[in-house]
Design a protein around this ligand. Structure first.
Ligand SMILES: [Zn+2]
Length: 251
């Protein structure tokens, strides 16, 4: 194979690998924001659950006060009932007693509801706290994996830069110029494999003469359509040794 063509294929591999690594590095801040948002959502759930527990607690405290007030009134009315002189007074105080008892019953019912609600809220808080702990653990693990990958990608990029410099130093300047120009125009992909008469990247059929020349891999040829530099990967020997085609004319 033409030595420059061989170098260009290696150069393209390095460039594509570096490109993928740079894209991943560029996506890191966004990924970190997504992780932080996951934690924030879990924290928010815990805060909301705590808030609900607090509201319930305050409501129960208020109900306790209310019931104490009503019980105070009730005992006062009962004392009054002992001392009443007239039937009319007696009925009036009985009415007050009945009213206070109804109020106490209402407050006790509400208290019972609030107490049951309190059990549910405590359970919900526990669940939210467990979810936050799990999210924190998962996000920590992802961050660790991410920073290890970051270090790996940085090292790979340095390695690639060094290998690239060696390849570039050995390349014909015009050939390198063509490669760089096509790479800039074609989103970092300047090389294309030609297979079965077609440029495998733009899928346009090559002129038979061009394809025949590409098969030899001995010169720098470009696709007429996308301008990428073409190369041919010979079919592996194992695939090539298919059973011989029995020719009907060979009789
Ligand atoms: Zn093409």
């Amino acid at each position: 194979m033409n030595a420059d063509l061989e170098r260009l294929i290696a150069l393209q591999k390095l460039d594509s690998t570096a490109d993928a690594a740079r894209k991943k590095l560029a996506a890191e801040p966004e990924h970190e924001l997504a992780l932080e948002a996951r934690l924030e959502a879990a924290r928010h759930k815990v805060a909301a659950a705590k808030e609900a527990v607090g509201v319930n607690k305050n409501a129960r405290a208020a109900l306790e006060k209310d019931v104490a007030v009503q019980q105070g009134r009730l005992s006062k009315f009962r004392e009054t009932a002992m001392a009443v002189k007239t039937n009319q007074e007696y009925h009036a105080v009985q009415h007050e007693i009945a009213f206070a008892q109804t109020e106490i019953k209402k407050i006790e019912d509400t208290t019972l509801e609030r107490m049951m609600e309190s059990d549910d809220l405590a359970a919900a808080l526990k669940t939210a706290e467990a979810q936050l702990a799990a999210e924190t653990k998962a996000v920590d693990a992802e961050r660790k994996t991410g920073s290890a990958a970051h270090i790996e990608m940085q090292a790979a990029l340095e390695q690639i830069a060094a290998e690239r410099a060696v390849l570039v130093a050995g390349l014909n300047k015009d050939v390198l110029g063509t490669f760089e120009a096509v790479s800039r125009k074609r989103n970092g992909v300047a090389m294309s494999e030609a297979r079965a008469g077609v440029c495998t990247i733009c899928h346009v059929r090559l002129r038979p003469q061009v394809f025949n020349n590409v098969l030899r891999n001995d010169s720098i040829l470009q696709c007429d359509h996308c301008n990428r530099i073409l190369y041919y990967v010979p079919i592996p020997a194992s695939a090539a040794t298919a059973p011989a085609d029995p020719s009907p004319q060979a009789t």
